[in-house]
Design a protein around this ligand. Structure first.
Ligand code: HAM
Length: 421
């Protein structure tokens, strides 16, 4: 029979590399929890309208990359291309915004964009994200950025930079938009581009075509239109980041791929990844909640790409495929078929008291079983044969030092004493 392959462009993780993926994801989750964010688990599919309204029709994400289908009830459903809109939907629906503010949540899981697959760009990819809703303080902008920075540092990354800008408040953007639209009118652009610009003229700063980039080099920059309130907020965010020892570059030409951004926006870029170098990004989205039918609350958050951070960590030589990170406490080997049941019972009892244990399966020779013990990365191994069964004493071998300790087979406390140290 022919083999079935994975759909084009998906990322998947299997042992041993999956342990590196888990390590990277855990570092991000721990950084989020460490700053008071609570877990949220949301559906991977939502009403299509949520993303059209939330993410914006001028974006590639909505106009070209959504996995949209009709469900059996004739509803238009979309696999989530990003996390923020779903969080807003849930916060509004479950009245979380009526409680203590800010609402601070983190999430992790798969996201879907029908992009052209390449290294670091997948159609199903993974993010850890955080959102802080209902706080206007510049301190929370700095907090969100610092959580991402701390996660990257915990992984050990060094070869990355932080780009930062401000898209200002509605007033600043409106004044800039007038001048930008007037400027765009002077350019010779095709209809499709003009259509995009009509929905969101800032998109043209993100155009990859060299001739458009050239034309846009003289365009008015939003950062020069910040009113006093927006400029003061942005100044404060920068001074906080300096005080936190987080290096950054102000990049007023940065354009995020989603339309909901306002005020502080940022991107973490890794220098060792080639074209798909964005390892995480985020910013404020002060009008989003109201646009989705909720209260007029501000918000800020980020999404970190687990796949790309893993590639970045590998590019920096921080992780190797070879070394499993989860170490078992003990690997058990039955010398003969006759002792196998006793070994299975022992493994079960050890797991019951919190010791992590695995055992050799199949009827391979002792040499093969010892190899399996080695590969398992277990800290200790033990061989149990007829002799051990009748004497009731076994030798627990430390796999690093090669030294053995004698232990009573039936004395679970003794096992615990050695193995849970
Ligand atoms: P985003 O910049 O679209 O933001 O995605 C965040 C991160 O997800 C990117 O920096 C990248 O590392 C990763 N990523 C995006 N697309 C792909 C892909 N096709 N393959 C692999 N990795 C990818 C958001 O999604 C916003 N929701 C972040 C946010 C939260 N802003 C405010 N709150």
């Amino acid at each position: 029979m022919s083999k079935i392959q994975s759909p084009k462009g998906v990322s998947e993780y299997f042992p041993p590399r999956s342990q590196n993926f888990e390590f990277v994801r855990n570092c991000m989750m721990i950084a989020a929890k460490n700053a008071g964010y609570s877990m949220m688990e949301l559906p991977v599919f939502e009403d299509t309208e949520l993303f059209v309204r939330g993410v914006g029709e001028s974006t590639d994400v909505v106009s070209k990359e959504m996995y949209t289908f009709e469900d059996r009830g004739g509803r238009s459903i979309t696999l989530r291309p990003e996390g923020t809109a779903g969080v807003m939907r849930s916060v509004i629906e479950h009245n979380l915004d009526k409680g203590q503010l800010p609402v601070k949540v983190w999430y992790s899981g798969p996201f879907f964009r029908a992009e052209r697959p390449q290294a670091g760009r997948y159609r199903q990819f993974y993010q850890v994200g955080i959102e802080a809703i209902g706080a206007d303080d510049p301190e929370i902008d700095a907090e969100v950025i610092a959580v991402a920075y701390r996660a990257f540092k915990a992984i050990g990354l060094t070869n990355f930079r932080l780009d930062l800008t401000s898209l200002g408040d509605a007033d600043s953007r409106a004044r800039h938009r007038v001048d930008l639209v007037a400027f765009i009118k002077t350019l010779a652009l095709d209809d499709a581009t003009l259509e995009r610009a009509a929905i969101n003229p800032l998109r043209l700063f993100d155009d990859k075509r060299e001739e458009v980039r050239q034309m846009m080099s003289a365009a008015p920059l939003l950062i020069d239109y910040l009113n006093l309130a927006s400029a003061t907020h942005f100044e404060k965010v920068q001074s906080l980041l300096r005080a936190f020892d987080i290096p950054f570059t102000v990049n007023p030409r940065m354009v995020r791929g989603l339309d909901y951004y306002t005020g502080t926006t940022f991107e973490f870029v890794h220098e060792g990844l080639g074209a798909q170098s964005g390892i995480g990004g985020g910013g404020r989205y002060d009008g989003l909640m109201a646009d989705l039918g909720g209260a007029n609350l501000s918000g800020i958050g980020f999404g970190l790409g687990i796949d790309r951070v893993l590639l970045a960590a590998e590019a920096e030589g921080l992780l190797s495929d070879e070394s499993p990170r989860d170490t078992l406490d003990v690997f058990l080997i039955a010398m003969d078929q006759s002792t196998k049941e006793a070994v299975a019972l022992l493994a079960n009892s050890l797991r019951n008291i919190g010791v992590s244990a695995d055992m050799a399966y199949g009827d391979r020779a002792l040499k093969g079983a010892m190899k399996a013990a080695d590969k398992s990365g277990a800290r200790f191994s033990v061989v149990i044969g007829e002799d051990e069964m009748s004497s009731g004493a076994v030798k627990l071998k430390n796999m690093d030092s090669g030294e053995s300790v004698s232990i009573t087979l039936s004395d679970l406390n003794a096992w615990k004493g050695v193995l849970l140290h």
